[in-house]
Write a protein that binds this ligand. Sequence first.
Ligand code: CDP
Length: 219
Amino acid sequence: MVISIDGPAASGKSTTAKLLAEKLSYIHLNTGLFYRLVTYIFIKKNLFDSNQQTIDNFFNNNKLELKGSNLDKVFWNDKDVSSFLSSSTVNEKIHIISNNAMIREKLVSMQRLIGSGNNIVCEGRDIGSVVYPDADFKFFLVADLESRIKRRFIEEKKNNPSLIIEDVRESLISRDFNDTNRSNSPLLKPSDSIEIDTTNMTIEMQVDYIYKLIKQDIK
Ligand code: CDP
């Protein structure tokens, strides 16, 4: 069984997907982690001028892995780099990686491999449209911009006490723009997905709502 959850940044995908997967005893795959990891390495190694050959070499010579019970620990060549992947530098550059068709193709294959033969809750931007167009259940989470800004601000402030809300606003608006306007696999609501507006919902309400829809349908 495959459950896809797509939606813009800070719409509640990650926490919802994680808790839903736990409730169902399914694998949880946050595909954004792969895009974050590649962006992080490209920044470190200054690889942004890559062509097809260097991208091929990159994937042949680097080990990219998700580990841990929720697949939320990110390893680059056996080193845990999870704590570096939400930085503002990664957020600023990630659109370059996520708009690269070749990189997307490689990452989509890796994502499908993780899901292969497993029950999975998979979240991202293109899950119901590209990675798993035949998913058994497709959800699309949305929330108004102001509540997404507030959520992300509270989340990031814990690790960065000097953060100001205007920076979060700017970053989210720019990521929304890049996600919806890029030429390769832009964020779009699959026509056969169920849209859930999480603006006035708590995480528990979201998880419960989705869980009930799934259970109702597979009775
Ligand atoms: O957690 P948040 O919603 O902020 O972002 P994320 O899920 O970690 O994804 C980070 C970025 O990776 C997104 O803004 C997209 O540009 C890209 N991404 C993508 O292109 N396709 C996916 N399936 C997942 C993420």
